[in-house]
Design a protein around this ligand. Structure first.
Ligand code: AMP
Length: 391
């Protein structure tokens, strides 16, 4: 049986354990991008509105033990503001004290458990820890798409102890968007790939080669492909040990009659700094590094995309963290967002960070909250967190 949706479960009067993805970027305890929290508010409001209590849990960062800087306190404060009611932070995610806090919750109230990863048992998918997490709750909702590719106690183990379970609205939206680009997608189908590492995207390239018509390649990974073609890359960031693999991918693409389109001009500088002297070149000089696609490449990519009906994008096309190297990503982003006829799926992580919060960002069909989970789904891997919701 496929996973049930949150609105197919009876919640009234129950204690609902909700696995959220509150793994937000923090700067000195201040949340710098709340998108992931905002994306879960619909499920939380729904649960509270059904007369149930929401016991929210999440990981934050990669602590191996209790680490005060990675407390979820800023998230509890943000949730209190957004929900216009106090969301207390429990001092831990398991234990007698937490159990009492959960028990004392009234219908319509929410409690946030402290960072799951303060316990190594979370990532180990430890059965005793899973059992403890489930204690005192009657329903389990997974809304943490960004963690669905991890078989952890709070995403998989806990489902053994909570038979009443289902997917939250965010999880449902993410899966719907992924199905739209994998099950019978409209053509032309264009995959845009960027970012630094070819190695992370081999699976997706191989899995999508039979499905797409074109792959547009930018970001640092383009230089590994250019090197495989014997083109000069100067001091650009490349993966030397993946050059051979890039050659094989070219051959595979040729067999499938899929074009891998590489940049034809580049924004280069001596170093990736905000005050670096930049120039646009067709051939990268030996002492310079490519840090963004150039304006001619932007035009060529836009031309290729103009007739696309399905677009999947993973990885920024330049060193977008520095504004003078973000232009390629933003210009192509705006063009994709404004294509009215195309279904566009923007992968999470850096791609979402680069393309969210623009005036036109709302025009993409979907911006995912999960980078790794999106990649694994597109590769054809079953996501353990989704599988565990099925009966
Ligand atoms: P990935 O995790 O592989 O998607 O890589 C994302 C990172 O790639 C971001 O931090 C970008 O700044 C970086 N990146 C993209 N283009 C370049 C480039 N031309 N040179 C160096 N880093 C880049």
């Amino acid at each position: 049986m496929p996973a049930r949706a949150i609105n197919e479960l009876s919640l009234e009067g129950k204690k609902v354990l909700v696995r959220c993805d509150f793994n937000v970027p923090l700067d000195n305890g201040v949340i710098t991008d709340s998108s992931r929290i905002d994306a879960s508010l619909e499920s939380i409001r729904y649960i509270l509105g059904r007369g149930a209590s929401a016991v929210l849990c999440s990981h934050l960062g990669r602590p191996k033990e209790r680490t005060p800087e990675l407390s979820l306190k800023p998230v509890a404060d943000y949730l209190s503001q957004q929900l216009a009611k106090k969301v207390a932070l429990a001092p831990d995610c398991i234990g007698e004290f937490c159990e009492r806090m959960v028990k004392d919750l009234s219908p319509g109230e929410a409690l946030l458990l402290e960072n799951l990863r303060f316990h190594p048992e979370e990532e180990a998918n430890d059965p005793d820890f899973s059992h403890e997490l489930a204690r005192g709750k009657q329903v389990y909702i997974n809304d943490a798409f960004g963690s669905a590719h991890r078989a952890h106690a709070s995403t998989v183990g806990v489902t053994r102890f909570l038979r009443e379970r289902g997917a939250g609205f965010l999880m449902l939206r993410e899966l719907r968007a992924l199905r739209a680009v994998t099950e019978d997608p409209a053509h032309p189908y264009v995959l845009i790939l960027g970012g630094a590492k070819v190695s992370d995207k081999i699976g997706v390239i191989k899995a999508l080669l039979p499905k797409v018509n074109l792959m547009l390649i930018g970001g640092a990974m383009a230089y590994t492909f250019m090197k495989a073609h014997g083109m000069p890359v100067g001091k650009s960031r490349i993966e030397e040990d993946k050059v051979e693999l890039a050659r094989e991918l070219f051959a595979l693409a040729a067999q499938r009659r899929v074009s891998l389109v590489l940049p034809t001009d580049h924004v280069v500088a001596s170093a990736p700094t905000a005050d670096a002297q930049v120039e646009v070149v067709s051939t990268i000089p030996g002492d310079k590094m490519g840090l963004d696609i150039g304006p001619r490449t932007v035009d060529q990519f836009m031309q290729h995309l103009s007739t696309a009906r399905t677009i999947v994008w993973n990885g920024p096309l330049g060193y977008f963290e520095i504004p003078q190297f973000a232009q390629g990503t933003l210009k192509v982003g705006e063009a994709v967002a404004n294509l009215k006829e195309a279904t566009s799926l923007i992968g999470g992580g850096d791609t979402a960070a680069a393309l969210a919060h623009q005036a036109w960002s709302g025009n993409f069909t979907h911006i995912s909250t999960g980078g790794g989970a999106t990649l694994e789904y597109l590769e054809g891997t079953e996501l353990p967190g989704v599988k565990a919701l099925e009966d």
